[in-house]
Structures are given as C-alpha cells and as structure tokens.
Design a binder for this molecule. Structure first.
Ligand code: ADP
Length: 422
C-alpha cells in the first residue's frame, strides 16, 4: 500500500502558527449516539459556545450547551438522529448571536494510510474516508454521518476532516509493520496506524513552547492518558512510533481495554469459554484494562486511587500494572529516538492524577528523571509544566486541547485552499 499525500501538507505547518484573526470554527466530534461540538476561536482557544447532543436515536436524546463559562442549558430532542441534532445545534448557535463560523472541522477517527494530513472535504474525500471505514467500523460511519448532517446544516461552509491517525503517518516502516504475512498488509492494510494524533501533535508543540525550544530540536514521549491511553515518540515534531496499532486496542493499559496481550489469548479463551473471537475481542475492549484488573471495581482512575488508598488490593494491582506498563512503553519509545528530552503527560489521568504520575516516574530513574513532589502536586502550574527536578531528565504536564488543534488545522486548510484558488 502506498501513502496518499494530500495537497494540504503545508497546512500542518501553518496550523501551529497562531492565527491573529477573529474567525471561528465549529468543531464537531460525532460518535455513534452523540455529537460533541464547540465554536472555537483558533487565535486563543476561547469557546463562545460548546456542548454535547447525547442519546441520539433514543427517546432520551437531548442537547446540553453553555455560552462561554455560563450556566449549562438543556433541550430535549426525543428521537432525534444526527441530522436533527445538528439542526438543533445550528439553531442554538444562531440564537447565541455570535459571529457565524467560517468552517466546520470534523474529528475523523481513521484515515488509514490515505490521509497524512487534514483535508478539505469534497465528494472524492468522502469516498476515500468511506473506503477506509472498515478499519474503524465503530467510529468512521458515525463520523461520516456527522459530516453529512453538517453539510446539510451548513451547505455553504467548507468542511474539513482532521484524522486521529494522520499525525502518525510519519512513522517509519519498521515501526508500523507487524511481523505477519506480507499479504495481510498488502491486501488488508494490517499495519500499525496509531490514534489520538491530534492530542499528541498539540501537546508536543505546547511542550516545545514551555521548554522554550523549537519542536524540531526535541525528542519527546507524549503520553495521552484518558479513558483510552496511548503514548507516542515525537522526534523533531514528527511522530516516529506510537503504542496504538491497527485498532486502539494495542499498547497501554486503558480504562476498559487490555492494551498489549499475547494474541494467543484470543483463541485460547474463545475455546475455553465456547465463545467467538468477536466476543473475546469485545471483552478485551470493554471488560479489561483497569476495570478487568480491579475485578470489575472501576475503569475510573479517580475511584481506583481512592480505593487503593483504602486498601483495595484489586485497585492497587490495576494501578501497579497501569504505571509499570506505561513506563515500559516510554522506555521502548525512547529507542525510536535514540534519546529522551522529556516525557509529557496529558489527558484526564495525565493532567490530574498526581500519584499516578509519581509512580510512573519512579520507574524512569534510568533516564535520570526525578519527580519534584511539590511541582507534581501542583501539576507543574508554577514551573512551566515541569514536575521533575531541575537537574536531570524532564517530565512535564501539558493540558491537551483537541478542539483547539482541530480548529487551527481546519482554519489552516481553508486558508490554504483559498490561496490555491486565488
Ligand atoms: P476521555 O478519554 O473520555 O476524554 P479523559 O481525558 O477525561 O477521558 O480522562 C478520563 C480519566 O481521567 C478517568 O479515568 C478519570 O478518572 C481520570 N481523572 C480525571 N481526574 C482525575 C484525578 N483528579 N485523579 C485521577 N484520575 C483522574
């Protein structure tokens, strides 16, 4: 399979140049039964309005939103589908009396190896996204449904797809290939793609700013730790390896996903339980990870930390495995770069879980990284994100902002397209 370079590669460079204009972008993240949305000002990240439509397709469908930092508002949308929900969202944005957005930026989970950058959506692009949808059957169809609904709601606005996978397309072949029969790769696209690319790209760039260095000079491991977790090696601003693979199941221990396991377990457990491979894979996605290790206690790290502190052995084990496996991946990713200038924590766990960061760093003394407990307790707020001691290796906390990154990339793609057609 060959990479398909879009004509928007330069837009990625532009996307990191903070625009000094007042245009806003509507950012949409469509799931199978939800639409997260935000009108974002790419120049400063402010969100004049943001919200979520949930339970779409059911009697409980509803939309919640807030203006700036104001009160949350709520409207029932019983039985609404994606299209009807987006119409309601457009009406809410209109009523908010804020300037109309310049374009719509869509999160699209899987771009396969066809998309190396964000892309302006036209009929051909939609077909290409459709063509890779078998790689993310739970996500891409919902993303496409959201795009169709947004096109119907805003027929005159440019729409841009921002892919979770695109940032990782710079991985070298030895990092993205599996040691499986060549025909699996050639005929079925079985390779590592990586996800959370928007977040890894954003925090790698922010980390360079906090360190007062050019992104091109740095070797970083970024660890995005939310419900899903992944780590990436970012050398000179480009991804060179990552922990997730063909699907978001590979790599780190996550809320309900197992991360790396012996692939032999699937056939073994299918046979032991008399269940299908799909059923076992489903259990690896939904009943494993922190939830599985804690014997069903919780997939929520906050709850697990509390339970461990109260003596729950399952919670302690889940946290121990989570931290050890993350540290092991960080060390492995350093190999991809030949050095490690900084480890960057982000996502709900990475940004907030002081004891988890502390435990991960305790495994990384071979990189000469020593936690500074006071800085860690303040999430690096008073020390440019730094939670490690001044001498020695660097660990940072960098809040992610995927909406802002999507808004910036969308604006950059639109501006570049305007330049091309001028
Ligand atoms: P998503 O991937 O759904 O966007 P988030 O990035 O919001 O998820 O991360 C959710 C995770 O962050 C949950 O496991 C949650 O418990 C954890 N988290 C949030 N705040 C804290 C905290 N103060 N301490 C520990 N874990 C936290």
């Amino acid at each position: 399979m060959t990479g398909h370079a879009t004509h928007h590669t330069d837009a990625m460079t532009l996307a990191h140049t903070v625009p000094n204009e007042s245009a806003t972008i509507l950012v949409c993240n469509c799931g199978s039964s939800s639409i997260k949305f935000a009108v974002v000002q790419p120049s400063d990240g402010t969100q004049p309005i943001s919200g979520i439509a949930e339970c779409l397709g059911s009697d409980n469908a509803n939309v919640q939103w807030r203006r700036d930092e104001g009160q949350r508002q709520h409207q029932a949308l019983a039985g609404a589908d994606h299209g009807q929900a987006l119409q309601a969202i457009v009406a809410i944005i209109d009523q908010a009396q804020i300037p109309a957005p310049l374009a719509v930026g869509h999160r699209v989970v899987h771009g396969g190896d066809r998309f190396t950058a964000s892309a302006l959506l036209d009929a051909a692009m939609l077909q290409e996204i459709q063509a890779v949808s078998h790689l993310a059957p739970l996500h891409n169809p919902a993303n496409l449904e959201g795009i169709a609904a947004a096109q119907a709601a805003y027929p005159s606005l440019p729409q841009v797809a921002v892919f979770d996978t695109a940032f990782h397309q710079t991985m070298p072949q030895h990092a993205y290939r599996y040691a499986v029969p060549e025909a699996w790769y050639r005929d079925h696209g079985v390779r590592r793609y990586g996800f959370h690319g928007t977040s890894h790209r954003f925090v790698a760039h922010q980390a360079a700013m906090l360190l007062d260095q050019e992104p091109c000079s740095l070797a970083l491991v970024t660890a995005h730790l939310g419900n899903g977790c992944s780590a990436a090696a970012v050398l000179g601003g480009q991804a060179v390896d990552t922990s997730m693979g063909l699907t978001p199941l590979e790599g780190l221990v996550m809320g309900t996903r197992s991360g790396d396991i012996d692939p032999g377990i699937i056939a073994f457990m299918a046979q032991r339980l008399g269940r299908s491979a799909e059923a076992i894979t489903n259990a690896l996605n939904k009943e494993s990870g922190l939830l599985g290790l804690s014997d069903g206690l919780s997939n929520d790290m906050r709850q697990l930390v509390e339970a461990r502190d109260n003596g729950h052995p399952g919670a302690a084990l889940a946290i121990d495995v989570f931290c050890y496996r993350l540290a092991k991946h960080i060390a492995g990713l350093a190999v991809a770069m030949g050095r490690l200038d900084a480890v960057v924590f982000t996502g709900g766990i990475g940004e907030n879980a002081v004891p988890i960061r502390s435990q991960v760093l305790s495994h990384l003394h071979l990189f000469d990284i020593q936690e500074d407990p006071q800085r860690n307790a303040r999430h690096g707020a008073m020390s440019n994100g730094r939670i490690s001691q001044d001498d020695g290796g660097i660990a940072l906390v960098v809040p992610t902002n995927e909406e802002l990154q999507i808004a910036r990339e969308t604006l950059a793609v639109v501006r570049e397209a305007e330049g091309e057609s001028a």
